[in-house]
Write a protein that binds this ligand. Sequence first.
Ligand SMILES: [Zn+2]
Length: 228
Amino acid sequence: METSINSISYFRPAAVSATRHGGLDLSSSLVDDEEKLAVANKIDSEKVALGVRMILEGLGDNPDREGLLETPARVARMYQELVYGVNVDPASEITCTFTEETEELVLVKDIPFSSVCEHHMLPFVGTACIAYLPKDGKITGLSKLARVVEVASRRLQVQERMTTQIADAIETKLKARGVLVLLEAEHLCMSLRGIRKPGSKTLTTALRGEIKENTALRQEIMTLLSRP
Ligand SMILES: [Zn+2]
């Protein structure tokens, strides 16, 4: 089906279109999800703690002084939380789909995320915007889109790959006619070290299907995304 610009210019409230993260149902805790924790538990925390202890020694500090005594174990637990998504397919987060009589654009913007840069093991923090064109009215819950972002972020990651993984998950699971994913993040490895440019943002996009092919449609989406 062709998507005209008009069809995305006039949103029907029931079809949900641009929404902010504040409107999403994220009531269930992702970290408490038993399945995720089971995956996380495959991480060898003892080995991680041992490595952290060696880093402390390598830095010339004394890992046995009071302030550092629990640090290796604490850091190991922290990494369990930061990378729990490593063996989880982001597409598996789209656990339910609905059929609505809509072929119109769905757009969720400003989904916050934090991930860990695999080159420096420092965080990068930002927001994700997702737009897709449903095929045959197949949509998913908006919170599922936020979960896709969450799982893709919870691993040692690079922003470019994370963007692609989110787009692929939505394209494959919903068979969407078009997908646009835009990530905007500050990388602490650029802020704290090296070039030391705090506040600089990295933007990455992934485009699929009709949104990739239709320049006017893509521009319309970018206009919606740039609205305050
Ligand atoms: Zn980095």
